[in-house]
Design a protein around this ligand. Sequence first.
Ligand code: LLP
Length: 435
Amino acid sequence: MHHFRYQDSKLHCESVDLANVTREFGTPTYVYSAQTISENYRRLKTSLAGLDVQICYAMKANSNLAILRLFSNLGASFDLVSGGELQRVQAAGGDVGRSVFAGVGKTEAEIKLALEAGVYGFHVESEPELARINHLAGKLGRKAPIAIRINPDVDAKTHAKITTGKSENKFGIPLAHAAAAYEAASKFPHLDLKGVQMHIGSQLTSAAPFIESVKKVVPLVQELKKRYGIEYFSIGGGIGIVYQDALASGEKTWWDAKPESERPLTPEAYGAVLAPLLVSLGLKILLEPGRFLVGNAGVLLTRVEYLKQGQGKNFLVVDAAMNDLVRPAMYEAYHELVPLTQDAARAELKADIVGPICESGDCFAKDRVLPTAGEGDVLAFMSAGAYGYTMASRYNTRGKPAEVLVSGDRFELVNAREKFEALIAGEKIPGFLKT
Ligand code: LLP
């Protein structure tokens, strides 16, 4: 559910007419709904009531400082994957002491930064990483809190590029090696065995792979609790969202109309099946959701530049491009596209929705049917709140788009559109090229 809907034929985010946002800040612009994020957070938290749950928001999904502060105000901590993300948490006033540090390639500098900042747990992905963290903790005279990431070899049945829990993926330590890895870790003098972690993939729309992986790992968790007194079990993130009917899914009626068997995974269903498997562990349960919390809470507004008639094909050329929202080009991801102004009188148009970047991959959708649009019309890509701006680049020397946060009838720019000067700020022409 989310707070994007038409009021008097104008697309609103909460009580803000999005036309006012484009008038003030132009396009392409990401717009996020604070209320949607807060509600998603509370729903997920409530779905596992009865357990000692800590939500570590996977900030790679959307790491704007305003979004991080919102999560921090809600009581969330963070799942971070780089020194840069750690510094973002600090800059936003978040609690690093309750946050976890994941990733297969943590550098010495990053580990040192995280030790000094006092992260709650390092999520360790390999034996050599255990040795490196131990060594650096020793040098700083500290004990490093760690959890080993277990790869349960479960098929998450999602896109190949975002599945992580199969044995052929680079992530984690195989379940069969886990006991030995903990045994080895327990011998390191500067490591404190705090927990167990797993994460099987992203955009999961059914509960079955979650259930399968939790069931597979629980016996190990029980054993490790007995042996080392670990205090938490992180079951990762991965809850999927609705992309296909994104706008309609904002309404409760859309969900109610779906038979139980066809309903995409909800936090309530997730909690209902997982809580019984976890409650008897008597451990703190960490969740690392990213997409579920912010995905449907954001849109990318874009303006039509041209409607180009090709041979037997129409191209709707918009001012957003793959550098702003790469998911369609990278994962063949579907993002619904809706007009800012509803007009039932407009005929339907079938077109490829393309950006201005000089490659054919810069295509948001093929043969998409939508109400006829032309130069100057503004459209919204739905479900763009997760892995949108954070994956943006400056390809073709295009500054990254603006970001706006809405709360009720207020909206504020939370990230200015990048100017050309910022794009070239680090570059210089060396003396030997100057004549
Ligand atoms: N925890 C770990 C260890 C992760 O690797 C991830 C995501 C998450 C949590 C959060 O997963 P979520 O709840 O958001 O599904 N760029 C891709 C998604 C990559 C996900 C990477 N890891 C996309 O746009 O679909």
